[in-house]
Design a protein around this ligand. Structure first.
Ligand code: UD1
Length: 421
């Protein structure tokens, strides 16, 4: 297992290209199961989670070829001969549950292991299952697996989610494209990844309206065709790298970024005293003064402040002027980066879903441990601004969601290297 060593090296300046979104790609890939014709994704990110999804799809009988250095994924599901998504693959990544809806919609049966993924709370899949049940699926939980059947196919239904779930919306949306009749999904997630999925499904021949709002209407069709689709820009990678110049005091242009992807995040940064300029190539970011101001942050479903940027924002606020309160409303156990930041000299008090961060002058490098995907990158950001050397171990979490971190930050002047542990 590798570790990453970061040494505080002053302001970062330059340009960082932002990749296609991991979370969009992980839901676009299972969409291949809905059609016998090829689905090709361009602008795919090169990440271990994408490899895991490729492995899962291949285990079901799909052909997945990674072309152009991993940036193009050519998939074909004309021969799906296995309908069981095995625990050995599913446990590596929660998004694996997204093969359930498509397989069930296509062939009327599927067996999928209950998922694993980042240890950031209980994260059940009940909302996914209830939506599929509303469409007529018969489900049974046995031996750690969901056994699903839809004799005679799925049927359109009006279904209201009790609260917003990105994954459950994606699973239900994919399943509904091939269900008989009309499906209305209420309290649907509005994330850009949902819009991207809907746009790809529409290219494949699906009839969908209202994506990007909290009510999506899907008119089921008999079959879907192939398509080629570019994966939307990764708004979490974008937000993460926007913080690099803010935390170090330089100026970085994040290529491919748009304000629409990270609106609430930009609003908070501006409140903290950050200058953001939308250019024709992306978003140019710099800290306006010597210090950022403390701000309060509450995570919410899109268009609110994303939970996936909370850890990185906390790293920034550790050296802000004043006291900030971060409220985590999506996941109940998502402050595992706080004790690691405290090891670097941060002043953070966590009480349930609230973290109070009192800015200190400067963080100090320390050996720290990545506990989940976003926590790991928050420690790297903290290390960029800290005095001395920060050694982040367990970086396999990082490799699930960030491609070529050392290269991207290194090109802007960061002193960062990957070493074998
Ligand atoms: C997706 C993202 C993840 C992000 C999260 C919230 C992917 C691959 N991952 O995860 O990076 O942090 O959205 O923006 O896209 N819940 C239930 N029952 C369910 C489903 C969810 O109780 O059946 C709960 C979860 O525990 C959580 C909340 O609902 O507290 C929101 O989760 P959800 O939006 O489903 O997140 P994911 O789709 O897993």
């Amino acid at each position: 297992m590798d570790k990453i060593v970061v040494t505080g090296n002053g302001p970062l300046n330059g340009q960082i290209p932002i990749a296609g979104a991991k979370n969009a790609c992980l839901t676009l890939m299972p969409a291949t199961l809905l059609s016998e014709e090829p689905l090709t994704l361009t602008n795919a990110p090169r990440l271990s989670d994408i490899k895991t999804m490729s492995e899962l799809l291949a285990s079901l009988g799909a052909e997945v070829s990674s072309l152009q250095d991993g940036q193009v994924l050519a998939m074909s599901s004309h021969d799906i001969h296995n309908h069981k998504a095995d625990y050995d693959i599913v446990r590596k990544m929660r998004a694996s549950i997204l093969v359930l809806g498509p397989m069930l919609a296509r062939d009327g049966h599927a067996v999928v292991s209950l998922p694993g993924g980042c240890a950031i709370g209980a994260r059940p899949v009940d909302l996914h299952l209830k939506a599929l049940e509303a469409m007529g699926a018969e489900l049974e939980l046995r031996d750690g697996y969901v056994h699903a059947k839809a004799t005679g196919g799925l049927k359109g239904a009006v279904h209201e989610f009790p609260f917003v779930s990105v994954g459950a919306t994606e699973n239900a949306l994919m399943a509904a494209t091939l269900a008989k009749g009309t499906t209305v999904l209420k309290t649907a997630a509005r994330e850009p990844e949902i819009v991207d999925l809907a746009e790809c499904l529409i290219k494949m021949g699906a009839q969908i309206e209202g994506h990007g709002t909290s009510e999506i209407t899907i008119q089921g069709v008999d079959r879907l065709n192939g398509a080629t689709h570019p994966v939307v820009t990764d708004r979490i990678e974008l937000g993460t790298y926007m913080l690099a110049p803010v935390i170090t005091g330089g100026e970085v242009e994040c290529l491919g970024g748009t304000r629409a992807l990270v609106g609430a995040f930009c609003d908070k940064l501006e409140e903290a005293g950050v200058a953001i300029e939308e250019t024709d190539k992306g978003l140019k970011v710099r800290r306006a003064g010597d210090l950022v101001k403390a701000v309060n942050v509450t995570t919410e479903p899109f268009p609110g402040f994303p939970t996936d940027l909370q850890a990185q924002m906390m790293a920034l606020l550790c050296t802000a002027d004043g006291t900030s309160v971060l409220e985590e409303k999506i996941f109940e156990n998502r402050f595992m980066h706080a004790p690691e930041l405290i090891r670097m000299g941060a002043e953070i008090d966590v009480q349930g879903g609230l973290a109070t961060v009192t800015g200190v002058k400067r963080l100090k490098g320390a050996p720290v441990m990545a506990t989940d995907l976003r926590a790991s990158v928050s420690l790297i950001l903290a290390g960029l601004a800290a005095e001395g050397e920060t050694v982040v171990s367990r970086v396999y979490h990082l490799d699930r969601g960030y491609e070529r971190v050392e290269e991207k930050l290194g090109a802007c002047g960061a002193k960062i290297e990957r070493l074998p542990e």
